[in-house]
Design a protein around this ligand. Sequence first.
Ligand SMILES: Nc1ncnc2c1ncn2[C@@H]1O[C@H](COP(=O)(O)OP(=O)(O)OP(=O)(O)O)[C@@H](O)[C@H]1O
Length: 300
Amino acid sequence: MENVLEINSLTKKFGKITAVDSLDLTVEKGSVFGILGPNGSGKSTTLGMLLGVVNPASGSFKWFQGEQTHKVRRRIGAILESPCFYHYLSAENNLKVVAEIKQVDTSRIDVVLDRVGLLSRKNDPFKNYSLGMKQRLAIASALLSNPEVMILDEPTNGLDPQGIADIRDLIIDLANEGRTIILASHLLDEVQRICTDFAVLRLGKKIFQGKVADLDQDKTNVEVGSDDPEKLAAFLSDSHFAASFRKEGSNFKLALKPGIEITDFHRALIASGIVLNRLQINTNTLEQKFLQLLKSESNA
Ligand SMILES: Nc1ncnc2c1ncn2[C@@H]1O[C@H](COP(=O)(O)OP(=O)(O)OP(=O)(O)O)[C@@H](O)[C@H]1O
């Protein structure tokens, strides 16, 4: 798979603070890459360096296998901070200003407004837009040059649930069109829903990088209950399915042994005449992973 971005040992210091510390990262073409981290972990500084608005102290990064800088910028669309538009101008006229700056044909304006669902509101002044519409206009603006890569810093910040869902759907659509998306977020659930890959930053250091899909592989933690808890407890003690188990209320929490499938476990229960009234598979959510990582790093 082709990489659109390779970061090597990228570092940024602000006085005594090391905002980004020897960061190595690889982003594959077509991925939706989430950069996760608590406040102040270096997400925005990283994106700033990647876009050339923050100077690195050391290290390097390479876009599109080493494409020249002036060509790179046209291939990337970015929203770094709150959208910056003229309040009294309409959405269309605001995009005309951006198109002029970016030297993009104005015929793209209707295309991108349609893309973000704002075509019918293109004559409304920006000041009358809701927060969600303002954010969608910012995405439209970033789309003017039809970029292959979109960089989004906290794209759903401050939005209501509907606004969040709209932006989420839009990001998924943009990814389905084949664009690579890099987004910084602290909304773990959003990253889990949108992203294919993620990295976790803490105090400027990358403490994890992985695929979101792999989180769902970890289906070994199971909670079970039965109308006959003694029989269930005896099964869990005697059978070779549970690596460990403990009683919790009227149910049992257990870790299946490595390699044991939930279907094998369930079949064996039925064969032993045990009928479950509860079976819950606790998948490893990004939130659990994130909290575990931050905890293990701060204990290290
Ligand atoms: N211009 C600056 N001058 C001094 N320190 C800065 C500057 N920009 C960022 N920092 C510091 O660098 C560190 C990383 O900040 P950064 O904004 O990159 O983190 P972040 O993960 O994006 O945080 P948030 O989620 O709060 O936006 C923080 O300690 C921050 O205070």
